[in-house]
Design a protein around this ligand. Structure first.
Ligand code: NAP
Length: 244
């Protein structure tokens, strides 16, 4: 088991929304490195975390950017033993109208990004014989959603990836899980109009959209010592919208 006091957590997409909340909650127990796509976003993370971590640029759809970010961690002798793959985008359209770029961008960020970011952390976790990888999926991975075939394909891929990697690295004390948020109040859902929000909430047994903290606390549980016997699982945080 690794020394808790020196654990580093890497959270992608920590500049806003769910990722910012995850970084905040994890910073109570870990030294958090949060990523953004811009220097401004990275500085804002550093500002927020103060001595509990810092922000840096990492574009998960760009090999060179991911490699450069890991170089920064290496230079500072930081070995992430908790990794939260939260960065994600949407680019909605009905498949009939979807442009190749809309398909490719979403898959390359949400799914290929996972490959780019996860592979380099495995060695350090294996050496420590302890690790926590948490991948942020979405309720639509199970439900499907018209207009989101690209996004849903990426999120379903994330859940399959999670189950496979969990089987590969379990013997090394590394757990791999997913958290699947329902509809959470963030920039991503701010694009929905009042009518769409009303229609959504009418289908949610708990009667309201979720908050970023609801997801962050689920992630924190999976990152904790107490979750040692949970792996390959997808934890749904959706107010009952979908019951797996
Ligand atoms: P958000 O508010 O739109 O924030 C997205 C985050 O991802 C930002 O930090 C953004 O960085 C980062 N990002 C975007 N493109 C990136 C790239 N190419 N490389 C690295 N980082 C990138 O999103 P959110 O609503 O918090 O969602 C976070 C995660 O939860 C996503 O995976 C999303 O699919 C999932 N989710 C959200 C909901 C929801 O209702 N909100 C529901 C289910 C699942 P910048 O600030 O630098 O752009």
């Amino acid at each position: 088991m690794s020394d808790v006091s020196r654990r580093t957590a890497l959270v992608t997409g920590a500049s806003r929304g769910i990722g910012a909340a995850i970084a905040e909650v994890l910073s109570q127990t870990c030294f958090v490195v949060g990523t953004a796509t811009s220097d401004t976003g990275a500085s804002a993370i550093t500002e927020r975390l103060q001595d509990r971590g810092f922000g840096m640029v990492m574009k998960v759809d760009d090999d060179d950017s991911v490699a450069a970010a890991y170089d920064v961690l290496g230079d500072r002798e930081l070995v992430p033993l908790v990794l939260v793959n939260n960065a994600g985008i949407t680019s909605d359209n009905l498949l009939m109208r979807m442009k190749t770029e809309e398909w490719t961008k979403v898959i390359d960020t949400n799914l290929n990004g996972l490959y780019r970011v996860v592979k380099p952390v495995l060695r350090g976790m294996m050496k420590a014989r302890w690790g926590r990888i948490i991948n942020v999926s979405s309720v639509v991975a199970r439900m499907g959603n018209p207009g989101q075939s690209n996004y849903v394909a990426s999120k379903s891929g994330i859940e399959g990836f999670t189950r496979s990697l969990a089987q590969e690295v379990g013997s090394r004390g590394i757990t791999v899980n997913a958290v699947a948020p329902g509809f959470i109040e963030t920039d991503m859902t701010a694009v929905l109009d009042e009518k769409q929000i009303e229609m959504m909430t009418s289908r949610i047994p708990l009667g309201t959209l979720g908050r970023v903290d609801d997801v962050a606390h689920a992630v924190a549980f999976l990152a904790s010592e107490q979750a040692r016997y949970v792996t390959g699982e997808t934890l749904h945080v959706n107010g009952g919208l979908y019951m797996a």
